[in-house]
Design a protein around this ligand. Structure first.
Ligand code: SAM
Length: 280
């Protein structure tokens, strides 16, 4: 019997349902239920929350979320082979686990969720980054979620929490930190997964701020940051030349030296620049 529920150990679940890991679906499973419960605890107090879990696979993290007291879990899994294993978990936690067999990039889970909502996932990295960007750029802020607890490749996690002056600092850091608090809360070696991936992983916890950290028009900020980091080795007056004929004046008005490089510029100054760019 496992430590957190009366269901069989995950190795047995995988054998029973023949869930050999598929590379095409980025399947690196977590089989240690103590570890999945630990990740679930990083998501905060779940007792009053619906949790959206993307990519539950055989259900290790799902079991962690439920045993840690999530009010409800909505699990979206693309691999049909995993659904019977997930149904067994649903029977152990009556009324608390809803399963959707589908692609998280295509379905809209909102109709299935009651606020407050937290999101937790151990996803293939490319899908994870794409979903993170979507969750950070909704039309209206605050978003439908309170927090995101997501497993990433260590290098991607470092890009999310990076500070100015570091190599990892760029669009992802600015996007994440503009509207959320972001921290790495757990590091995992490849051996924590079955099969082990090539690189280390880390869990990032992001908490949505009630409003953006500094005022800025979202579209302009995104455009300026993209242009600045597309040519990150150039001085900003050169990298942003195409953005406005009087770019030097606008940089100075935002308190940024035109000879500076994007990597050195803090979020607050990028927001000031976006406001300057928004003026006619
Ligand atoms: N959460 C499980 C765990 O921690 O052991 C599985 C993690 S595995 C890294 C990623 C899971 O995401 C797999 O079960 C895979 O089938 C699923 N997946 C991959 N792409 C997906 C997508 N676009 N939508 C939903 N699930 C997806």
């Amino acid at each position: 019997m496992s430590a957190i529920d009366t269901l069989p150990p995950l190795r047995e679940v995988i054998a029973t349902h023949q869930l050999s890991a598929r590379k095409s679906l980025g399947q690196n499973f977590l089989l240690d239920l103590n570890l999945t419960a630990k990740i679930a605890r990083q998501a905060g107090d779940l007792t009053e929350c619906d949790v959206l879990e993307i990519g539950p696979g055989p259900g290790g993290l799902t079991r962690g979320l439920l045993s840690e007291g999530a009010r409800r879990v909505l699990a979206v899994e693309k691999d049909t082979r995993c659904i019977p294993a997930l149904n067994e978990i649903a029977q152990t936690y009556p009324g608390r686990l809803e399963i959707i067999n589908g692609d998280a990039l295509e379905i809209d889970p909102l109709a299935h969720l009651t606020p407050p909502v937290r999101i937790a996932a151990n996803l293939p990295y490319n899908v994870g980054t794409e979903l993170l960007v979507r969750w950070l750029t909704p039309k209206d802020w605050p978003p439908f979620w309170q927090s995101l607890t997501l497993m990433f490749q260590r290098e991607v996690a470092e890009r999310i929490v990076a500070q100015p002056g570091s190599k990892a600092y760029g669009r992802l850091a600015l996007l994440a930190q503009w509207r959320a608090d972001a921290h790495i809360v757990l590091s995992l070696p490849p051996g924590a997964f079955t099969p082990p991936p090539k690189v280390s992983s880390a869990v990032v916890h992001l908490t949505a701020l009630p409003e953006p950290r500094f005022p800025a028009p979202a579209g302009v900020l995104s455009r300026v940051v993209a242009a600045a980091f597309n040519q990150r080795r150039k001085m900003l007056r050169a990298a942003l030349k195409g953005q406005a004929p009087d770019i030097e004046d606008r940089l100075l008005a935002a308190g940024i030296k035109p000879t500076e490089r994007a990597e050195q510029v803090p979020l607050e100054a990028f927001c000031a620049l976006a406001r300057e760019m928004d003026k006619s």
